[in-house]
Ligand binder design. Structure first.
Ligand code: NAD
Length: 478
């Protein structure tokens, strides 16, 4: 076993060595070559979408086909198209103003590929979270090693096959494997490492990368709150709000990094919210167990983790409202978990201490919005926040007095889909960002270049310093 691991680690190191050598031996790829690579990646995903769906379905046990098409295929296609449209402009050196002190001269920024880039992806959206970072890394002209999750073995093996066929492993090398391989992977002296996963593992990744001074982008998780203000509790309005919340919470059965983790509502609106949320769930998912639109929980251990937290809440006397459809029998199966509301669970329970990552939605009731602001700021900074309010003053307060990686107002998930917005966390939810132009910049070195274009009028500031130098310095530092 140990020997096998050693040889796996050696293979990862050997692949890195070959990629690095190939990068050094060839001049950085011209923009047309990068555009071709992005287009090739797009075709791979579009042509293999049915095989990719089967792989993800097998990994999850149950996965909605349409949800897969939206979240794992359309998103990658959109990232490729946006990149293809703008790459020529982004990759051109561009001029910035030169201050009069350096006149006559020219200042420019020259985007340059970094070299060999590492990408580590998690299991929850195994195609999207592997390939969207890859779009940016290839567009910027890098070679890439990708370590997908060991918990989606069908998808990881298929990605290896497809990317190897399309690019060869010296351009895109896929390294499937468990924690030991992941650790060896993160110890490689990459020119940049983008990690998507939990905050806990992100810490370890950053420590491993620090050994080589490898710059990191950390796309982590957290407990993303939603806040509903009093004014949205009008009959049609609260229905729309709850539909948006239920979509954000229940897509991929809550196994989404930016899913609303828990929701703050005015104390006296508790029953209105439960009724409206239940109606929204019924409308979106009339049944659950046999419904192909409702995705399963990836693994038994995650199922047990979530049901264990529910048991703990029940034992603590918390009101637990399971939204299974009438006549459905959930007990005894471990594939799907019904959407479940918890009313005001105390903060010491596991469900309030950890990122939920499942279809459980705790309701926190508040006297006023100050209480929500206080509660949000008491926790580590989340990856996302959702504000549902028609009151501009409340919206402004929530936006300026709390911190989150990104925010959607009167909507869930949308800020992550907009290619023109950077996507990333803040504090414990991550470091750096990507998507669209931000991906290109993350995977490029923006090299500052100054060019002297004529005689230097400031040469009087060189030694031996004379009277003129002293006069100019007196004038500059006045
Ligand atoms: P995870 O951190 O357990 O694993 C992610 C990846 O890290 C896997 O490929 C795994 O093999 C690797 N890994 C495991 N141990 C490692 C180690 N010691 N050193 C280096 N790599 C190691 O995360 P997960 O369970 O796959 O995914 C769920 C988490 O990811 C949630 O916290 C979720 O919020 C987060 N997430 C964040 C985003 C985002 O964009 N910010 C997106 C999806 C998921």
């Amino acid at each position: 076993m140990e020997l096998a691991l050693d040889s796996d680690t050696a293979r990862v190191q050997e692949l890195f060595g070959r990629q690095r050598l190939a990068f050094r031996r060839q001049a950085p790829p011209p923009v047309q070559v990068r555009l071709d690579r992005v287009a090739r990646l797009r075709s791979v995903v579009v042509e293999a979408r049915e095989r990719l769906f089967r792989a993800v379905h097998d990994d999850f046990g149950a996965k909605s086909r349409e949800e897969f098409a939206v979240s794992e295929v359309a998103t990658v296609v959109q990232a490729c198209d946006h990149m293809s449209k703008h790459l020529r402009r982004w990759s051109r050196p561009w001029r910035v103003r030169t201050s009069w002190r350096l006149w006559p001269g020219r200042s420019r920024l020259h985007p340059q590929p970094l070299g060999v880039v590492g990408i580590v992806s998690p299991w929850n959206y195994p195609v999207y979270l592997s390939l969207v970072p890859l779009v940016g890394a290839l567009a910027a002209g890098n070679r890439v090693m990708l370590k997908p999750s060991e918990f989606t073995p069908h998808t990881s093996d298929l990605l290896l096959e497809l990317l190897d066929d399309a690019f060869g492993d010296e351009l895109v090398g896929v390294v499937p494997g468990g924690v030991e391989i992941a650790e060896a992977f993160c110890r490689l002296p990459f020119d940049h490492l983008l990690f998507t996963g939990s905050t806990e593992v992100g810490r370890k990744v950053m420590m491993a990368a620090a050994e080589n001074l490898t710059p990191v982008t950390l796309e982590l998780g957290g407990k993303s709150p939603a806040v509903l203000s009093e004014d949205v509790f009008r009959p049609k309005r609260i229905h729309r709000v709850c539909v948006s919340l239920a979509i954000g919470k229940l897509i991929n059965a809550g196994q989404t990094c930016i899913a609303p983790d828990h929701v703050w509502i005015p104390r006296r609106r508790r029953h209105d919210f439960v009724d409206a949320f239940t109606a929204a769930v019924r409308e979106l998912y009339p049944t659950l167990l046999d419904n192909p639109d409702y995705t399963g929980i990836l693994q038994e251990r995650h199922f047990d983790r979530l049901t264990g937290w529910l048991r703990e809440a029940r034992e603590a006397g918390v009101e637990v409202i399971s939204l299974e459809a009438p006549g459905e029998e959930f007990s005894g199966q471990k594939a799907k978990l019904a959407p479940t509301l918890l009313v005001d669970p105390p903060d010491h329970l596991a469900v309030m201490q950890n990122e939920i990552f499942g279809p459980i939605l705790p309701i926190k009731t508040m006297g006023d919005v100050d209480e929500a602001i206080e509660g949000i700021n008491r926790r580590p900074r989340p990856l996302a926040m959702y504000v549902f309010s028609d009151d501009r003053r409340i919206r402004r307060r929530l936006l300026s007095e709390t911190w989150a990686g990104g925010v959607s107002v009167n909507e869930t998930l949308a800020h992550c889909i907009e290619e023109r917005l950077p996507f990333g966390g803040v504090g414990a939810s991550g470091l750096g960002s990507y998507h669209g132009e931000y991906s290109f910049r993350t995977f490029s070195h923006m090299k500052p270049v100054f060019t002297r274009t004529a005689l230097d009028p400031m040469k009087v500031l060189r030694p031996p310093y004379g009277d003129w130098a002293r006069r100019i310095l007196d004038w500059l530092i006045r």
